[in-house]
Design a binder for this molecule. Structure first.
Ligand code: ZN
Length: 405
């Protein structure tokens, strides 16, 4: 092979400075034999002395390097020098930049593991590369730059429109995802939903950059946003306002059915949750009949539908008028639940209306949670929250980042 070609191939394989002396194919792997060059910078690891004599060569060592066409590619490293220190008598072996001491994987292979982990389960990778779960986990946990790579989007941005959303890691344990909803980037995955954890992260963000913070109707998020970004507008995600309305509607239906009527009637569920404009004439008629039969549900249905009108308003002023009318009516209600709803909407009035400034939503963050659910499915049984959040962060790294990890 011409030398130029050889150089390109060694470069491509991340083996610059090595001499490829042979290659062979085994049943499920390729093996590249490489010869190391003498190292003139070695020092004794025990006493830092440079005064030592040669002590033979180390045995050839076979380490995983990469995959080609689904086949493992091993390096068989030949010619590593062994030395004996004249000063302290320690014998030691030449170290290489391409691999950590005693590792069975080159650094190149470790990057491959990280890249695969961004979309595959530990189990699948263990099987594919014949490495242990423990080793793959160690590689992930030692990749310290992953959070920084995500956070670099904070430095790069002039303005930030933050989105905060939570999902369950297991049972009651929640994990928070923080995104830039306009730039569509994940900035951080927090391993719990404690206010202190959230505030610690948010306080690292230059406050002047934050223009909006989009959240669901969770007081803790709002408090954190107001405290750390007093200049920013808090926007409550419109999807959550409607979802909350639907939840209240359905809860009222359930109470009517199970408590007031002691479960002796069945009040249909779905028809109350479908947007009225999406119902057929027959459907609308049916809802109206049901509301006549169960007048306690009227106020809930009315408020739910009027809230939907708020989001159809042409601007913030019109939305404010519609919202204030809802709040006024709810707060005038005899029904304690409607009254409470009115109070909640009053508390969230400004964040609801702030939506109309930029029509900012948390849809991107929600989408991330959907992707997380997919990652969760393929990583079934991931119990350690540190490993879990790190793996999720990896899943959100831009692909071009992987060579810089
Ligand atoms: Zn020594």
């Amino acid at each position: 092979m011409a030398n130029g070609h050889n150089n390109n191939i060694t470069k491509m394989l991340g083996l610059k400075g090595f001499k490829i002396s042979d290659t062979r194919e085994e049943e499920d792997a390729f093996v590249i034999e490489v010869q190391v060059k003498p190292d003139k910078t070695a020092v004794c690891p025990e006493c830092n002395s440079k005064d030592f004599y040669r002590h033979g060569k180390a045995k050839p060592r076979k380490v995983l390097h990469t995959l080609i066409n689904g086949k493992k590619v091993y390096l068989e490293i030949h010619g590593r020098q062994r030395w004996k220190c004249k000063h302290c008598g320690r014998t030691f072996t030449q170290e290489l930049k391409i691999i950590k001491p005693r590792s069975r994987l080159t650094n190149y292979a470790e990057k491959l593991v990280l890249w695969l982990l961004s979309s595959m389960s530990f189990k699948a990778i263990s099987k594919l590369l014949k490495i242990s779960y423990g080793k793959a986990k160690k590689i992930l946990m030692e990749a310290k730059t992953i959070p920084d790579l995500l956070r670099s989007a904070i430095n790069d941005a002039e303005k930030l429109h933050l989105g905060i959303d939570e999902h369950s890691f297991k049972h009651q344990e929640m994990v928070l995802i923080i995104t830039d909803v306009k730039a569509k980037k994940v900035l951080e995955v927090l391993k719990d939903d404690r206010l202190a954890t959230l505030e610690a992260f948010l306080s690292e963000i230059p406050a002047h950059k934050v223009k909006e913070v989009c959240i669901d109707m969770k007081e803790a998020f709002r408090k954190a946003a107001n405290k750390l970004f007093p200049e920013a507008n808090v926007v409550v995600d419109h999807f959550h306002v409607i979802a909350d309305a639907n939840k209240r509607m359905d809860e009222a239906r359930r109470i009517e059915q199970d408590v007031r009527h002691k479960g002796k009637v069945r009040i249909p569920k779905k028809i109350f949750l479908i947007a009225r404009e999406n119902l057929s004439d027959r459907g609308r008629q049916k809802v109206d009949e049901l509301l006549k039969t169960y007048p306690n549900l009227k106020g809930f249905y009315w408020a739910k539908e009027r809230l939907r009108d708020v989001y159809r308003a042409k601007d913030k002023d019109e939305a404010a008028k519609l919202l204030d009318l809802i709040i006024m009516n709810l707060k005038a209600s005899d029904d304690a639940e409607l009254y409470r709803w009115g109070n909640t909407l009053k508390r969230w009035r400004q964040p609801i209306l702030n939506y109309f400034d930029n029509k900012t939503t948390n849809a991107y963050t929600e989408g991330c949670n959907t992707k997380v659910k997919m990652l969760k499915r393929i990583s079934f049984g991931l119990r350690n929250v540190e490993v879990y959040t790190k793996k999720i962060m990896l899943g959100f790294l831009p692909p071009e980042c992987f060579h810089t990890i």
